[in-house]
Structures are given as structure tokens and as C-alpha cells.
Design a protein around this ligand. Structure first.
Ligand code: AHG
Ligand code: MN
Ligand code: MN
Length: 345
């Protein structure tokens, strides 16, 4: 008799979402379909990201590609793909995107009764597109407020981060991964290009409580708040017991810096600078989704003084300073901010 030992079962993103449907308090299937739509768009964007360097070779005269379509900048292309996928899926009623000043309402029969809004940074790390360095996508999903009917209003989007029902990111790196949470832990999936599926590769991701990496654009040092300067001094001090001095690692793609620090332990900081008193990063589609993920993974996210997820958004593209990563490192940075810097209004 022949015996057969089944290989370890691999779980695709689609299977995993269905298995975890019961974690979700609202109608079963709705969120699954939304996440599935995002996964599909991510695969299409991934395909384009992978051949980014070929664009000029394949395009005619540099502005028209072989299909006769205008060649678009990759962040515009990514934006279009996510809007298209979310629009066709039927669960999303409106989108707030970094690439669009105003809300994008989905005007279609299938989405008439949709209950979800999505905030998205379709392509994060744009300055790295042309140089073959990791870039990403960040998304955040809210349920419309119960009392809201009819067309979307700004209030549907101006909810605190604690109200998110799901959030995630895609990293287009040496491999492509999709990482998301629905508030029951964080799970990571790696795209297997041979079968075109995201497969569960990083179940129950947790960030180490301590780390030895700090990520910040030190070019802006002169204009950092005193509390941040003190924290950098602390990171650079010799202390063998706590692995200091720490290492600096800064890719300049938030998703990639965040992803590395989540796996290895570390802190990412984008503080206020001389140019921008609220820093550079946007609350709705950069800070809130990553703050939700980091807290679910056991880490912390703060604006230096307050928990990111408790901030009340006032506008769609509002910016906030961000301190995010290993819990003990963020706590230390907050201590020094409280001692040496004043709260930004
Ligand atoms: P985006 O490409 O979506 O505009 O975001 C860029 C952000 C973020 O990804 C990165 O961490 C940060 O900008 C880098 O800014 P600096 O070049 O000022 O360090
Ligand atoms: Mn970004
Ligand atoms: Mn972007």
C-alpha cells in the first residue's frame, strides 16, 4: 500500500478572509469582498511596478504605450486601479485618496447601499519609484456612521482612527506582500508570482517591544523639536545593556521603513520640521492605518504627545507628526517630548 503525507496546507488571502469572516461584527461577506477587491488591484499595480523601468522602452515617443494608452505616472495609475476595483466591487460608497483633493463618490447601481468608505495612499514612497527601491500602498476602511443615508458626507471620513474596521498595506519590495488587520491581530501574505496568489506567510505578526533601529530623515535635524533631538542623542549614546547606539535605517518609503521595523523592532519618526509644523505624513491614509496595525501587533503610534488613533480629523488631507514602532521606544520618545518640547496646537 502506498501512503501519502499531505504537504503543509498553504492558505491564500481569499481562503483566509473567508475563514476569518466571523471575526467581523457586521454583515458577513461585505468586508471580505472589499479586501478581495483591494487584493486584486494590488496585483495589477504590482505587475506595473515590476516593469516600471521598461516603460520608456515599451512606450512610443515616451508618452504612449503599446496599447495606445497614455503612459501615466505610476502613482496616478495605482490610484486609477484602486478606484476602479473598489468601484466595481459594490461595497465601497466613496474613497478619499492622496491623489484627489476631494472625495470620490462611487456612482453605480451596485454601490447604492454600500456601507464602507476607504482612505488610500495608492502609491507611497513616490520618490523611490524611478530608482528600483521598495514602494507601497496604504489603506484604511471605515463603516459609514449608522445614521448616514444617501450620498457620502465628509463626516463619514472624519472619524477617529479607533473607528477603523480594517487597515492594511501592500509592499512592492524584493517580494510583494499584503499585510492587514481587522482588529484581531495582524497577518501578512506574500505574493507567489507563479500562481498569482497572496499566500499566508506571516501569521499573527508582532513587533518586538524593544528594537535597535531608528528611522528619521536627519537632513531636517536643525528644525526638529528639542524632544526629538534629545531622543536622537539617546539613540546614539553608548549603552551595551540596551544595544545602544542604535542603527539608523531610512528608506524614504514609509511602508518599507514601517515593515522592516515591525519585523525587526524599531521606531519611525516624522516630526514637525521647519517647513511643516505638522510634519509631512497624512493622518487619514498614512498614519491611522499604520497606527491601527502597529497597535494590533503590540506596538505604539503617537504624535509625540497623543495616541494617533484618538486624534479627531478635521480635514481629509490633514498632516500629523508620527512616532511609530516598538512600544518601549515610542514611550521613551514621548517621555523626552513631554520634557523638552511643547505640544503643537
Ligand atoms: P508619498 O510618496 O505617498 O507622497 O509619501 C512619501 C512619504 C513617505 O513615504 C516617506 O516616509 C516620506 O514621505 C519621506 O519624506 P522625506 O523625503 O521628507 O524624508
Ligand atoms: Mn505616502
Ligand atoms: Mn502616495
Amino acid at each position: 500500500m502506498q501512503t501519502h503525507t499531505p504537504a503543509r496546507r498553504f492558505i491564500t488571502l481569499g481562503q483566509f478572509i473567508i475563514e476569518r469572516q466571523s471575526d467581523f461584527p457586521y454583515a458577513k461577506g461585505e468586508l471580505s469582498r472589499l479586501l478581495r477587491d483591494i487584493g486584486i488591484a494590488a496585483k495589477i499595480v504590482n505587475r506595473e511596478v515590476n516593469k516600471a523601468g521598461l516603460a520608456d522602452i515599451l512606450g512610443d515617443h515616451g508618452d504612449v504605450n503599446v496599447q495606445g494608452e497614455d503612459q501615466k505616472k505610476l502613482d496616478v495609475y495605482a490610484n486609477e486601479q484602486f478606484i476602479k476595483a473598489l468601484g466595481a466591487g459594490g461595497e465601497c460608497i466613496a474613497i478619499a485618496s492622496e491623489e484627489n483633493e476631494d472625495l470620490i463618490e462611487i456612482d453605480s447601481k451596485v454601490s447604492k447601499n454600500a456601507r464602507y468608505v476607504v482612505c488610500i495612499d495608492p502609491l507611497d514612497g513616490s520618490s523611490n519609484i524611478d530608482v528600483n527601491v521598495s514602494i507601497g500602498t496604504i489603506f484604511s476602511i471605515y463603516r459609514r456612521k449608522e445614521e448616514m443615508e444617501g450620498p457620502t458626507r465628509l463626516e463619514d471620513f472624519l472619524q477617529k482612527g479607533v473607528e477603523q474596521v480594517a487597515a492594511g498595506y501592500v509592499i512592492y519590495g524584493s517580494s510583494t506582500m499584503l499585510v492587514y488587520t481587522t482588529g484581531k491581530g495582524v497577518n501578512g501574505f506574500t505574493l507567489d508570482p507563479s500562481i498569482g496568489e497572496f499566500c499566508l506567510s506571516h501569521p499573527d505578526m508582532m513587533i518586538p517591544e524593544d528594537g535597535a533601529i531608528y528611522s528619521i530623515n536627519e537632513g531636517n535635524y536643525k528644525h526638529f523639536p528639542e524632544g526629538v533631538k534629545e531622543f536622537l542623542r539617546y539613540c546614539q549614546e553608548e549603552d551595551k545593556a540596551s544595544k545602544r547606539p542604535y542603527s539608523t535605517r531610512y528608506i524614504g518609503s514609509l511602508v518599507a521603513d514601517f515593515h522592516r521595523n515591525m519585523i525587526k523592532g524599531g521606531i519611525y519618526i516624522y516630526p514637525s520640521t521647519g517647513k511643516a509644523k505638522n510634519g509631512k505624513l497624512r493622518l487619514l491614509y498614512e498614519c491611522n492605518p499604520l497606527a491601527f496595525i502597529i497597535e494590533q501587533a503590540g506596538g505604539k503610534a503617537s504624535d509625540g504627545f497623543r495616541r494617533i488613533l484618538d486624534l479627531q480629523p478635521e480635514t481629509l488631507h490633514q498632516r500629523t507628526p508620527l512616532f511609530i514602532g516598538s512600544a518601549n521606544m515610542v514611550t521613551k520618545a514621548e517621555e523626552l517630548m513631554a520634557k523638552f518640547s511643547a505640544v503643537q496646537a
